[in-house]
Write a protein that binds this ligand. Structure first.
Ligand SMILES: NC(=O)c1ccc[n+]([C@@H]2O[C@H](COP(=O)([O-])OP(=O)(O)OC[C@H]3O[C@@H](n4cnc5c(N)ncnc54)[C@H](OP(=O)(O)O)[C@@H]3O)[C@@H](O)[C@H]2O)c1
Length: 289
């Protein structure tokens, strides 16, 4: 491992094993400003141009292709180990239907971190939540049969109906937890977050993308902090008209006075190609020009 600390002003609330503390420094979350919803972090890897996916190139769309870093993989497991649950958008699940077309289970690969989560933190099996309005999800993907994780789908009325009939056809009723929030095809993100905290006890949630979902959270001012891996390469524009390579920030657009700022909480590096930022949401700042 090449991960080293440059700066770390993070809280110190987790009982990290000594050699991990030496590598990473302290780690913890602050008391949440809104106890009615989970504390929401996000984790993305992006290139120097902010892009997060070689989106139009099948088999190369995922974050692992952008990162190409063992340290980034370890850090992803480290973050998964500390959060009550993870969340991805259905677009990410659909795009990342690799390897062998069956996708990832988004589980922790590092054996030590997996045991630390289970035995020291006692956070239980990883909950991997997928957000989908349409319910258009392939329930034969690896995520839905992996023994390492507990799959949940967050949806609304229309998606719930689609998923219920799919599960019935597959003879797999009751094998995937479905949380339905609201009518129609769109999920009200604040209401969904409140439901996760108040009815399902989820205190910390790690959003692992994709850009569309993250952008919606940001617009709704629900992001508390961001973990950003900077992979020192340029992805550039798509090679195919009509498919954009997204930045990590989705469809947001701001003016100078409304642009949200983030405060730097920690900075690590794995020389010579990777930097790892931990950033806390502050919101718009005012300046006396
Ligand atoms: N570099 C990285 O670290 C990283 C991380 C993650 C993903 N990625 C890449 O990003 C790409 C996928 O990103 P994406 O932006 O296309 O997709 P996405 O954000 O993962 O998913 C978008 C989908 O989420 C659902 N959704 C979002 N907001 C919703 C709401 N309010 N109510 C109901 N459903 C909602 C919708 O699903 P339905 O269509 O089912 O309604 C929507 O189509 C992939 O190429 C992936 O590999 C990169």
């Amino acid at each position: 491992m090449d991960l080293q600390v440059c700066y770390n002003a993070g809280e110190d609330t987790f009982p990290l094993p000594q050699h991990i503390r030496e590598r990473y420094g302290s780690f913890g979350f602050p008391a949440p400003a809104d106890a009615g919803r989970p504390y929401l972090s996000s984790n993305f890897v992006m290139g120097l141009d902010g892009r997060a996916s070689f989106k139009e190139l099948p088999g190369h769309v995922d974050g692992k292709t952008v990162s190409r870093s063992r340290d980034d993989q370890w850090l992803m497991d480290f973050l998964r180990a500390h959060h009550d649950a993870q969340l991805i958008g259905a677009g990410t699940l659909r795009d990342e239907a690799n390897p062998e077309g069956r996708g990832w289970d988004y589980g922790i690969d590092d054996e030590e971190l997996r045991r630390y989560r289970e035995e020291t933190l006692r956070l239980g099996r990883q909950k991997v939540l997928v957000l989908s309005g349409s319910g258009n999800i392939d329930l034969t993907l690896r995520l839905f049969s992996s023994p390492r994780v507990e799959p949940w789908i967050i949806t609304a009325r229309d998606g719930h109906e689609t998923l219920r009939s799919q599960l019935k056809k597959l003879g797999r009723e009751g094998t995937v937890k479905i949380v339905s929030v609201g009518d129609g095809a769109q999920v009200d993100l604040l209401a969904a977050m409140q439901r996760l905290r108040q009815e399902h006890g989820i205190r910390t949630l790690l959003c692992e993308g994709g850009p569309t979902l993250y952008g919606e959270f940001l617009k709704n001012r629900l992001i508390d902090e961001d973990f950003r891996t900077m992979s020192c390469q340029v992805l550039g524009e798509s090679t195919e008209p009509g498919i954009d390579r997204p930045t990590a920030y989705g469809q947001v657009s701001y003016r100078p006075e409304t642009a949200p700022w983030f405060r730097l909480i920690s900075l690590h590096h794995a020389l010579p190609h990777h930097a790892f930022f931990r950033l806390r949401y502050e919101g718009p700042r005012t300046f006396q020009d």
